[in-house]
Design a protein around this ligand. Structure first.
Ligand SMILES: [Zn+2]
Length: 324
């Protein structure tokens, strides 16, 4: 019987070994008479044992190896799946981004509404909503970086939504649904790029560089700061880390939209550090919506861009003309 099992698998061999061992024991119990007289059985048992043990060891190792390899493959698959799934945190930040995007769309449409009439109450509400929107954007950016908790950022986004709702309602009361059409002159403050939809909200600031005086259009807050010799910083973008572009040079820059969703990569520089390759008069025309050179208003304080150290000095247009 053991001979017949020599060609079988390790399991059959193990059974054979157990069975043969039991038979041998039984034979031992039965006395010496029952042992094979020619010793053939003993040789067969030894041969089977010699063959079976290494095979059993090999089978055990093979089984162990399969378990290890399968375990490693399972772990790798699980890791890959986890990495490919967006975490709860990034999903929730992304949902806050979407809510802020909706706020920006509504506030942009209110900017357009002001083309119909410069209503001081609506302007104030829009400014408050814009401030709340900027705070919310800052908080969401902090939440993205793990610097504040998601509920803190979500609370700020909620505040921005509430403020936006009140402002939108006021615009609708004043002008009706047509107020929100994508209309209005593409004019922005030379300094901060705030949209100046209504002509009555535009101010003028004469900038002096060399012997030239160039009037630029500005929003009332920037005009007041310039008149006090403390000009607002100017919104620019650095290209390739070297070339400075004034906001009006940026491709498809829409002052209405970018007031609420900043153009990527923009920053501000002190007014006297403006170093565009275009002349001041070219930039002034672009900021004014390509309406050509502005006519200088007499009596406006001139801001001297060549004298940053004397930035607080305010020149009047008349003496400059006399010098020219
Ligand atoms: Zn401004």
């Amino acid at each position: 019987m053991p001979r017949q099992l020599l060609g079988a698998g390790p399991l059959a061999l193990a059974h054979a070994v157990a069975f043969t061992g039991a038979s041998a024991a039984a034979q031992g119990l039965g006395g010496a008479e029952s042992r094979s007289t020619d010793g053939t059985d003993g040789i067969v048992i030894d041969a089977v044992l010699c063959m079976a043990l290494p095979l059993m060891l090999a089978a055990g190792l093979f089984f162990l190896l399969r378990v290890v390899v399968r375990g490693a493959a399972f772990a790798a698959t699980t890791r890959h799946w986890r990495q490919s799934q967006p975490s709860n945190h990034s999903v929730e930040v992304s949902s806050l981004d979407k809510r802020l995007h909706r706020v920006a769309i509504v506030l942009t449409s209110v900017e357009h509404a002001l083309r119909l009439e410069e209503d001081s109450e609506l302007r104030e509400m829009l400014d408050q909503s814009t401030l709340s929107e900027q705070r919310a954007r800052d908080e969401v950016d902090k939440a993205r970086a793990g610097k504040v908790s998601l509920p803190v950022a979500a609370a700020q986004v909620h505040a921005a939504e509430e403020s936006m709702g009140v402002t939108e309602e006021r615009a609708r009361e004043l002008f009706g649904d047509n107020a929100f059409l994508d209309e209005g002159a593409r004019v922005g403050c030379f300094f901060c790029a705030r949209p100046l939809a209504n002509a009555s909200y535009r101010r003028q600031v004469p900038l002096k560089r060399g012997s030239d005086i160039t009037p630029v259009v500005a929003c009332p807050p920037c005009a007041e700061l310039a008149a006090a010799g403390q000009p607002s910083p100017i919104l620019v973008r650095m290209e390739m880390g070297e070339r400075m572009l004034h906001w009006s040079e940026l491709e498809r820059y829409d002052p209405y939209h970018r007031r609420h969703e900043p153009y990527p990569g923009v920053r501000t520089v002190p007014a006297w550090d403006l170093a565009s390759q275009l002349s001041l008069s070219e930039l002034a025309a672009r900021a004014a919506g390509g309406q050509g050179e502005l006519a200088a208003d007499e009596g406006c304080p001139v801001l001297d861009l060549d004298s940053p150290a004397q930035g607080t000095s305010v020149l009047s247009l008349e003496p400059s003309r006399e010098q020219g």
